[in-house]
Write a protein that binds this ligand. Structure first.
Ligand SMILES: C[S@@+](CC[C@H](N)C(=O)[O-])C[C@H]1O[C@@H](n2cnc3c(N)ncnc32)[C@H](O)[C@@H]1O
Length: 168
């Protein structure tokens, strides 16, 4: 179950999958999620597995992480099929500056490029697309300087390890 997946979701720390699941359970019926930073799709899988009625858009230009870790759309699609969540998730090979949402979301999960400029861009561009009472979650607060600096200027509702949560 969730704890088994810790091994296959390298970017979530121990305890974070359960916390993320608890936020997703709070969302209204037929919730929608926008994720910035798909990587291999495993955080999207985790979120999709929490509820059958959730729909997710996840975007990533697949430029890699620190020149050492790589992903691509084929790995992402493979993972969605492997976990039988492909009907719930739309993956777009796009960077956040090239994506313009056509709808509002119940949850925005910001886990793309971690520099202050990109984190700030992703927050201020997509915050208007979060519904009233919707959630915004930053990953890697406290562990990545750019994320931490942007979060420092914002008021949080919860913090769980490196997940910094705002509710509108
Ligand atoms: C930390 S990983 C995401 C991890 C994933 N959410 C998970 O938990 O499995 C960061 C990803 O952000 C992507 N990325 C970098 N710049 C981006 C941008 N401007 N827009 C969207 N994604 C971006 C990278 O290609 C990388 O795959």
């Amino acid at each position: 179950m969730l704890s088994d997946r810790l091994n296959t979701v390298p970017f979530l720390l121990k305890g974070e999958p359960e916390f993320l699941a608890s936020i997703i359970r709070k969302l209204p019926d037929n919730p929608t999620i926008l994720e910035i930073g798909t990587f291999r799709g495993l955080s999207a899988v985790l979120m999709a597995q929490q509820r059958k009625d959730v729909k997710i858009i996840t975007i990533d230009p697949h430029i890699g992480i620190d020149n050492t870790l790589y992903s691509n759309p084929y790995i992402v699609e493979h993972n969605f099929k492997r976990y039988s969540v492909e009907s719930q998730i739309t993956h777009l090979t796009l960077a956040s500056n090239d994506y313009y949402p056509a709808e509002k979301f119940d949850l925005l999960f910001i886990d793309g490029a971690h520099t202050k400029d990109w984190v700030s861009h992703d927050y201020y561009k997509f915050e208007p697309y979060v519904k009233k009472r919707g959630f915004i979650i930053f990953h890697d607060f406290g562990t990545h300087r750019g994320v931490t600096e942007v979060c420092a200027s914002l008021i949080h509702k919860f913090i769980c390890k490196s997940l910094f949560v705002i509710q509108k």
